[in-house]
Design a protein around this ligand. Sequence first.
Ligand code: HEC
Length: 458
Amino acid sequence: MGPVAINSLMCLALAQTPVPRDIDLPLPIGDWQLKFLLVVLFLVHILFVNLMVGGSILAVVFELVGLNRSKYDSLAKRIAETITVNKSLAVVLGVGPLLCINLVYTIHFYSANALTGYAWISIVPLVIVAFLLTYLHKYTWDKWRGPYKNLHVIVGGAAAFLFLCVPLIFLANINLMLFPAKWVEVEGFFSSLRVGNVFPRYFHFLAASLAITGLFLAGWFGRRSYPGGSHLADFTGGELRGLFYRVAFYVTLAQLVFGPLLLFTLPYEGVNGLLFAAILPGVAVALVLLYFLRREIRAERKRLGPAYLGICLLFTLTVVAMATGRHVYRESSLAKHKTMIEDETARFRSIEFAAHMRIDAGYGAGEMLGGALTGEKVFRNCAACHAVNRVLAAPSLVEVSSIYRDNPEGIVNWAKAPGKKRPEFAPMPSFAHLGDDQLRLVAEYILKTGETARIPPD
Ligand code: HEC
């Protein structure tokens, strides 16, 4: 009976606290190592997510263009062939960061998951359907011609649409976990979209997807080993290279708008000097990157050229800077809530400790025994926190009885709806469920015991 009583008591004690306590399990490796892993693994994952999302958008766009200019249809098909591979890598590489975020931000991540409920869990079926559509789109390319072409475009468009939904759901979650103060207001996915700045983040992500895919495809079609002629006979290598370099260039240029939009719509709490220190170098590198991209576009080469690797490196540096900024913002906007969780955990431990002490001393932590009810028996409900003349997790009976001398009803009323008086204690849980009769018994008991203990022995 003991542990059960302690549990129900602690549930009561915590029922009134809006801030959860930490889950008391040791982490497999240190906190900062996990955070470092989280940032790095997430970057690798998001790279392939970008290629998957960007690829499916570009495949649809070029397939539409290809309805009138058939050479773009062949190009769209070649792009579609890359999506399924990138999507598999994105999924597999998503496991690592998911495990890390579970460990480091357990309470925040799961709270956000629970609050966006159905939408969050629907990521799984949405992704499955999107994958199946992507394969269908890829393998029916040559079969669904003529009257079926429109259907083929629709399948590709549906897959792309789903690929656009999943990151939005994900982002809404990741964004929501940053603002614990808003959790009480959130009622599901759509209302979570109003918290923080989901949409500027989303557009920044979409633009990054297109830019990175542009850069990837410039390399993919421009590489020496690409079997150009037979595959895309109507394009020259230089044409493809220029086309995708342009995609990367203009979309990155647009990020000069999306980036600041994201930054300046961030809820102010959490914006600090460190954030700027992380992202401003990234912006500087992006400007250099734009310069080199422009130069490469003008150079009109047939093949990639040695600048390609340099451009990829600059891109990587920019993305690393932005990802670091993202992490810095997350840490600083959660800092206050994390301290509150630590306090809550410490308070919980002290209540737990007090309850164990009471049990060990033979008082019982809250359960009722048989026989006639007496004030002393009812007091077992209170004994985990209140001792006669010592302070456990609450003021002693000596103190309580001096406040409520000749006023047992006062104790009854308090126990039914406890207030918050003393900052050093956690709030007392309500005992209204005991009913007035039991509370009156215990009130008399408290007054008697407290007063007796106060009178110094001769
Ligand atoms: C989980 C711990 C806990 C339990 C169990 C508990 N209390 Fe309390 N109690 C507190 C704390 C903490 C305070 C001080 C709250 C404050 O000042 O904010 C307190 C304060 C009081 C006070 C003083 C109120 C005042 O005006 O200063 C009374 C009376 C009281 N409790 C009665 C009871 C009775 C009766 C029970 C059992 C039916 C009980 N408590 C069980 C934690 C507890």
